[in-house]
Ligand binder design. Structure first.
Ligand SMILES: C[S@@+](CC[C@H](N)C(=O)[O-])C[C@H]1O[C@@H](n2cnc3c(N)ncnc32)[C@H](O)[C@@H]1O
Length: 267
């Protein structure tokens, strides 16, 4: 893996998984931006922008009078985002390490962050940068997990459950914290942010619908990496495939996603 690549990798299959995940979660993201009062003409910072799916949407929301800056560790993703955003003059995506690079000296009205903090070994540099650089009144909207372990295929899909435990262990082993949003409101409050709202976001899926496809896709794509890391086995992967195939036909089974929380705060 390239040194600017995070735990889940940046190959084309993972990029497509991010697209599927983004399409499923976009309505929830839009509702969050509107709750935070995002308006045309505003300046937005997108933390851990990935291949730019959200940054593009944000750029449409703020329009040509606004600005979106996406910061992204992976040069491959930053390049993909730049290619996708060609023609949107209000959008810029930069390769940037949010743990070690200096926070941009620029003013923003709103900061958006989704599924980034859970991968960071250290939160202080980024949170200190936000506290120092944001002007009073700037808003922060975060979608990160508070209960990764709610990930399940019910009832009783044991091999899928063992995948969930292995994935959780892999996040911790890489220095991240899948339930990082349990700590975030307190860390923000200590830095002078006002916590405006904490909102749980849960998803349930069945019979191969969008949620079921999203969670199945994660098992299928990340399973081989967990096996390489010695955290899961080929036998469990085979059993999980059978459990997921059976669930696609059985109206009594259902998936539950890891519980996300929306943290909305004002500087
Ligand atoms: C699960 S993806 C989420 C992408 C995007 N936020 C979204 O919601 O679709 C996590 C992203 O965080 C990026 N990332 C991880 N560590 C980072 C760091 N230290 N600095 C900047 N980006 C980072 C990864 O490269 C990856 O693109």
């Amino acid at each position: 893996m390239a040194t600017d690549t995070y735990l889940l990798g940046t190959d084309p299959i993972e990029l497509e998984r991010l697209r599927l995940q983004h399409e499923l979660w976009l309505p929830e993201a839009r509702r969050a931006w509107h709750r935070a009062g995002l308006k045309p003409g505003e300046r937005v910072l997108d933390l851990g922008a990935g291949p730019g799916f959200v940054a593009m949407e944000l750029a449409r929301e703020v329009g040509p009078e606004g600005r979106v800056l996406g910061l992204e560790l992976s040069s491959a993703y930053a390049e993909a985002a730049r290619r996708a955003g060609l023609g949107l003059s209000q959008l810029e995506v930069r390769q940037h390490d949010l743990v070690s690079d200096a926070f941009p000296e620029e003013s923003f009205d709103l900061v958006w962050c989704r599924w980034l903090l859970m991968f960071l070994g250290e939160l202080d540099p980024l949170l200190d940068g936000l506290a120092a650089q944001l002007r009073p009144g700037a808003r922060l909207v975060v979608h990160e997990y508070i209960h990764w372990s709610s990930f399940a295929l019910h009832p009783g899909a044991e091999a899928v459950a063992s995948f969930g435990r292995a994935a959780h262990a892999s996040f911790l082993a890489a220095g991240g914290d899948p339930d990082v949003n349990r700590r975030l409101p307190s860390l923000l409050s200590q830095r002078g942010f006002r916590i405006d709202e904490l909102r749980p976001l849960t998803v349930v899926g069945r019979l191969g619908d969008g949620v079921a496809r999203w969670l199945e896709c994660f098992v299928t794509i990340y399973g081989p990496e967990l096996i390489r890391r010695g955290l899961w086995s080929h036998q469990e992967a085979e059993r999980a495939r059978a459990e997921m195939a059976a669930a696609r036909q059985d109206p009594g089974t259902f998936w539950v996603g890891p519980t996300v929380m929306e943290t909305r705060a004002t500087r």
